[in-house]
Design a protein. Structure first.
Length: 296
């Protein structure tokens, strides 16, 4: 008997060890259970407010009689608001008592009344966003709106930066072309024409070409174009130990002008939308943009 009592005393301790595990196992179910309870409460409240309103009580009583849940009370017994509930614990009751004591029957009949009137059961509670479900929906909408706002702001900022860069690039290529043409015109007349201003304009254009955004084929084309810009150095004064004559210098200048015309068009091509470059890929195939040759 002593041993049996000892075992009986130890058994509760064995069950007690499982209680934290069982409690942890039920924690994930609490939000869903609470949300369902809140939704059920909302639907129950809608039924009570709708079907027990003065203008719907007659419909509720008639529907309950048609469905066989209650019977009419003949004569003035209990008043016009009374029904006879069958069963041992039934009897004559008011609609309010019947709704309280026979909640299952009341819910069934009230749902039928609301459906016949075009009011789905629990519609107001569901649309009102009550309970944890409504809170989750609202939080999701707020989070989605915040993400879209951030993405929209980032996209607009990137677009504005690219538009600014495009304007700067267009202005730089026009300035380089203008200064280069002035230099070439003077070079045809005087072989020792100053090259410093051309060099500064070329560096400015080359730096902007290095900042051209993706996709990758467009960046590669911009780098090739920057590397092939002419007039990295002054044009030659002599060749093979002999001074270039005016006609020779004109030929040199005309060759550079041809390159400048082609590269002006290529810079404009770089400003085309990114999808154009995604679709066609790189059209330069790793080759220099122009045959700058000896002109740098």
């Amino acid at each position: 008997m002593g041993e049996r009592r000892g075992r009986r005393v130890r058994r509760p301790h064995g069950r007690a060890r499982w209680r934290p595990v069982l409690l942890l196992g039920t924690l994930p179910l609490l939000p869903a259970t609470a949300g369902q309870a809140a939704a059920d409460t909302g639907r129950s409240d809608v039924r009570l407010v709708y079907c027990l309103a003065d203008e719907h009580r007659g419909d509720l009583r008639d529907a309950a009689v048609r469905l066989g849940v209650v019977r009419r009370v003949p004569g003035p017994v209990g008043g016009t608001d009374a029904v006879r509930v069958p069963g041992g614990k039934g009897g004559v009751m008011s609609l309010d008592d019947w709704a309280d004591k026979r909640q299952g029957d009341f819910a069934r009949v009230c749902d039928a009344v609301m459906a016949a009137a075009g009011e789905p059961a629990g519609a107001s509670a569901d649309q009102g966003g009550g309970g944890l479900g409504g809170f989750a929906d609202g939080a999701l909408l707020l989070a989605t709106g915040a993400v879209l706002t951030v993405l929209g702001q980032k996209t607009e900022r990137i677009s504005a930066e690219r538009r600014t860069h495009g304007r700067q690039l267009s202005a730089a290529v026009l300035e380089f072309r203008r200064i280069a043409w002035l230099y070439l015109a003077e070079y045809e007349q005087v072989a020792e024409t100053d090259h410093a201003e051309v060099s500064r304009a070329r560096e400015a254009l080359s730096g902007l070409l290095a900042l051209v955004p993706g996709p990758a084929p467009r960046r590669a084309a911009a780098r090739l174009l920057a590397d092939s810009l002419p007039l990295a150095d002054r044009l030659p004064r002599s060749r093979d130990g002999e001074l270039l004559r005016p006609n020779d210098r004109k030929n040199e200048a005309d060759a550079v002008r041809t390159i400048l015309d082609r590269q002006t068009r290529e810079v404009g091509d770089l400003l085309r939308p990114a999808p154009v470059w995604w679709l066609r890929g790189s059209r330069h195939d790793g080759r220099p943009t122009s045959s700058g040759g000896q002109h740098g």
